[in-house]
Design a protein around this ligand. Structure first.
Ligand code: ZN
Length: 300
């Protein structure tokens, strides 16, 4: 059974005109139910988790300043969301979605979160719409609970997972791998364990050749017993922020390749959505829905 974390708070309203497409978190589950890719039973509702797993990744000072809404204005501006109690709760609940989906992945092979992939969050600060790093929290949780020994994070969002790279910089139990746009945010990139920076307008063939060349060898070498996949759809040519040139079909093939290799090698995989900023919301939903369609096809 495909388990997907979803909570109505994922679509917490933002002020009119805010450029973050919050609406996708409402439309995506609706689309998946409407078309029959998912049934209600696929979804589970995450909650406010214990602070333990969050504080294994984030500093207490930073987490407290979020909870108390006492972040200094400059740090709050870097995050880019109008911070409120509800928005902080939203982010905390998303991390619970990723933790629980990680546990479901151990049972079912694959589990997903309708949101998450907040890879720009560092241990002591947030930026670019990311407050808490859900997959980093999930990875630390699995390692500390001894549910995994070696984790590979496959971050294929167009933006480099700078927060994730930094968090695990000196941690040999988690290998960070990022394929991203060379000229995309963050402009000062961190060093992942493996970074592939692609030039502007990279097309499907170039993108997929790179992925298919590198990922199998990387898995063979690192021998992860758990994989986190960040399936951002901002690699599309239509994306307002991304500078790559992939099509919907190429993006779907990317997902298929990553999920298939995990299925073939019986490596549990947890998948979080990440970014997607195409001007037409239908394109964003179609691209994210493809990840769930492929997941159902391959695993269930
Ligand atoms: Zn992104």
């Amino acid at each position: 059974m495909l388990k997907i974390a979803y909570h109505p708070i994922y679509t917490h309203p933002l002020p009119e005109g805010h450029r973050f497409p919050m609406i996708k978190y409402e439309l995506l589950p609706k689309q998946l139910l409407y078309e029959g890719t998912c049934i209600e039973e696929n979804f589970f509702k995450p909650e406010i988790p214990d602070t333990g797993p969050i504080l294994a990744t984030h500093t207490e000072a930073y987490y407290n300043s979020l909870k108390k809404l006492s972040l200094d204005p400059k740090s709050a501006r870097k995050i880019g969301f109008p911070l409120s109690k509800e928005l902080i709760n939203r982010e905390v609940i998303i991390t619970d979605g990723t933790i629980k989906a990680s546990e479901y992945a151990l049972t079912y092979g694959l589990a997903m979160n309708i949101a998450g992939g907040t890879h720009h969050a560092y241990s002591d600060r947030g930026e670019a719409f990311c407050l808490l790093n859900d997959q980093a929290i999930g990875a630390r949780y699995l390692i500390q609970k001894r549910l995994a020994k070696k984790i590979l994070i496959v971050d294929l969002d167009v933006h480099q997972g700078n927060g994730t790279a930094k968090i695990f910089e000196n941690d040999t139990t988690v290998f960070t791998f990022s394929i991203h746009g060379a000229n995309n945010y963050p402009f000062k990139k961190e060093k992942s364990d493996l970074d592939i920076a692609l030039p502007n307008q990279t097309n499907d063939q170039q993108y997929l050749n790179t992925l298919k060349e590198i990922l199998p060898k990387l898995i063979q070498k690192q021998k992860p017993d758990f994989i986190y996949y960040l399936s951002g759809v901002d690699i599309l040519a239509t994306d307002k922020l991304g500078k790559l040139g992939c099509t919907l079909a190429g993006c779907k093939e990317r997902d298929r390749f990553v999920l298939q290799i995990c299925k073939d090698l019986s490596i549990p995989i947890m998948c979080a959505m990440g970014g997607g900023y195409s001007p037409d919301i239908k394109t964003i939903i179609e691209a994210h829905a493809n990840t769930f369609r492929v997941a159902q096809d391959i695993f269930f």
